[in-house]
Design a binder for this molecule. Structure first.
Ligand code: IMP
Ligand code: MG
Length: 183
């Protein structure tokens, strides 16, 4: 089913991910004590992380999803982000916690941040499982980060390569001919 040859190196095992998600959940539960945040998942990649995280949060919460697509070449973002699916609800006055699988250039998140900030939430924070910091262009603030990862193309735990490998329970580096894969 999974072409194991293409997956060259397991970077984060399922156990390591689960442990860290538990730590993040503890920290977030403490920070959101007595509040009911709206957890906003960015489709599709973040749904695996979000579903593990939300089940370990002790605060009450609501879940919603947003979906964007960026244009341009697979490995070089054009900087143009298009909204494919917006939130289902009004989030004015709500505490929003955006959950992202991986932040690379930060362009996707910058776009979503701007869009959500304009809706007058009570607060707006971000939790990213993976932070590919080397490629960051702007001043994006990540409030909670699972792991800092190197600038290699990763798959698994929600991350895909041409829509494949999302179901792997671990995060692995992809081996490919030209050193990178589609975003
Ligand atoms: P950014 O706008 O450059 O920060 O890109 C963020 C999005 O690109 C993420 O939400 C992922 O969907 C995708 N992405 C970035 N790096 C990787 C990777 O290594 N593997 C799979 N998807 C990635
Ligand atoms: Mg994504």
């Amino acid at each position: 089913m999974v072409n194991e040859e293409a997956v060259t190196e397991i970077l984060l095992s399922a156990e390591v991910i689960q442990r860290r998600v538990g730590e993040l959940a503890q920290e977030i539960s403490r920070d959101y004590l007595g509040r009911t945040p709206v957890l906003v998942g960015i489709l599709k990649g973040s749904f695996v992380f979000l579903s593990d995280l939300m089940r370990r949060l002790s605060c009450d919460l609501e879940v919603d999803f947003i979906s964007t697509s960026s244009y341009g070449q697979a490995t070089v973002s054009s900087g143009t982000v298009r909204l494919l699916k917006d939130l289902d609800r009004d989030v004015a006055g709500r505490h929003i916690l955006v959950a992202e699988d991986i932040v690379d250039s930060g362009l996707t998140l910058a776009y979503i941040w701007k869009s959500l900030a304009a809706r007058d939430p009570a607060s707006l924070s971000v939790v990213a499982l993976l932070d590919k910091k080397e490629r960051r262009s702007g001043g994006i603030v990540l409030d909670y980060v699972g792991f800092k990862v190197p600038d290699v193309f990763l798959v698994g735990y929600g991350l895909d390569c041409a829509e494949r490998y999302r179901g792997l329970p671990y995060v692995a580096a992809m081996g490919s001919r030209d050193g990178d894969g589609p975003a």
